[in-house]
Design a protein around this ligand. Structure first.
Ligand code: MF3
Ligand code: CO
Ligand code: CO
Length: 293
């Protein structure tokens, strides 16, 4: 099914934002169809469709995010504190001429989120000591040359028990089920449906208060990418969209509580929660992860 996109008139302002007339700027250039979709998506949804330069910028930021996660993965061991992970991420990011996006973001006090066991997301690094058998999600968002990429992984500390192993593997698979739905003409609802359908069949619940998001020019852009939903509902995906998919799944109920620090989200029943996240580009054929792991 082909969708029709509104065309920009030759004498109208160029939708690329140059301030010039369309005919004096991008008109007739190779990716002008991209720009027409971009204009429609920005007008309707405030979604910023990315061009080739943007995509290369986000891809570079994404490589740094993955390198950062790999560095953390190698170092995680029992008896270390979450503060040590924060220092590692902060220093590595700065050494690579980049900025840790979480630091001072809406008052967040650290450079990375570290979410242990019952913490669903937005855990603040501190004095908590990791112990053998814990699981810890490390969520890295990096700004490199003004472009953002965002990814996270849940790691085992020492040797996991069977419950920990199962929820972490299921969270990773849930992200893959969502990514597999990403192609032009599928919808945001198809992604959420695939994740929810899989996770609930494994006996886990999907967190509904936090969602994936457009990313790249800013930390959190439209659209929201819910990890639940119905097939064929929501925004139709088009090439050049860049967003995260980041399902949080709970061993027990989906309900959460925010702690007094105003950030840390924990499961209300204090059972385990796990998450994986990648930044994904919609391509003509399907998708490309810009933070592949
Ligand atoms: N990286 C998180 C996300 O996946 C957001 C963290 S916001 C912060 O969207 F302030 F806690 F860092
Ligand atoms: Co995110
Ligand atoms: Co993130």
């Amino acid at each position: 099914m082909k969708k029709k996109y509104v065309k920009t008139g030759r004498n109208e302002l160029c939708p690329c934002g140059s301030g010039k007339k369309y005919k004096k700027c991008c008109y007739g250039k190779k990716d002008s169809l991209f720009i027409d979709i971009g204009q429609e998506y920005y007008r309707k949804y405030k979604i910023k469709i990315k061009n080739k330069v943007d995509i290369e910028g986000i891809r570079k930021a994404g490589k740094l995010v993955v390198n950062t996660l790999n560095l953390v993965e190698k170092s995680i061991k029992p008896n270390m504190t979450t503060d040590e992970i924060n220092s590692m991420v902060h220093n590595f990011t700065i050494e690579n001429k980049a900025i840790p996006a979480p630091l001072n973001y809406r008052g967040f006090p650290k450079s990375v989120c570290t979410s242990v066991n019952e913490v669903i997301c937005h855990g603040i690094p501190g004095k908590r000591i990791l112990k053998d058998g814990d699981i810890i999600n490390v969520d890295v968002t990096t700004i490199l040359n003004n472009y953002y990429a965002d990814a996270n992984k849940t790691f085992f500390v020492g040797t996991p028990d069977a419950d920990a192993e199962k929820i972490v593997l299921t969270a990773r698979k849930a992200l893959e089920k969502g990514m597999a739905m990403v192609c032009p003409e599928n919808t945001v609802g198809d992604i959420g449906w695939a994740i929810q359908n899989y996770v609930e069949a494994q006996g886990y619940s999907v967190v509904t208060e936090f969602v994936g998001h457009g990313v790249g020019i800013d930390f959190h852009e439209p659209p929201q990418i819910a990890h639940f939903g119905r097939k064929k509902e929501g925004v139709v995906l088009v090439p050049g969209m860049v967003f995260t998919i980041e399902p949080m799944i709970n061993a027990g109920k989906k309900d959460l509580v925010i702690l007094d620090d105003k950030w840390t989200a924990v499961t209300k029943d204090r059972l385990l929660s796990a998450q994986f996240e990648q930044t994904v580009l919609v391509t003509e054929k399907g998708y490309e992860s810009l933070t592949p792991f």
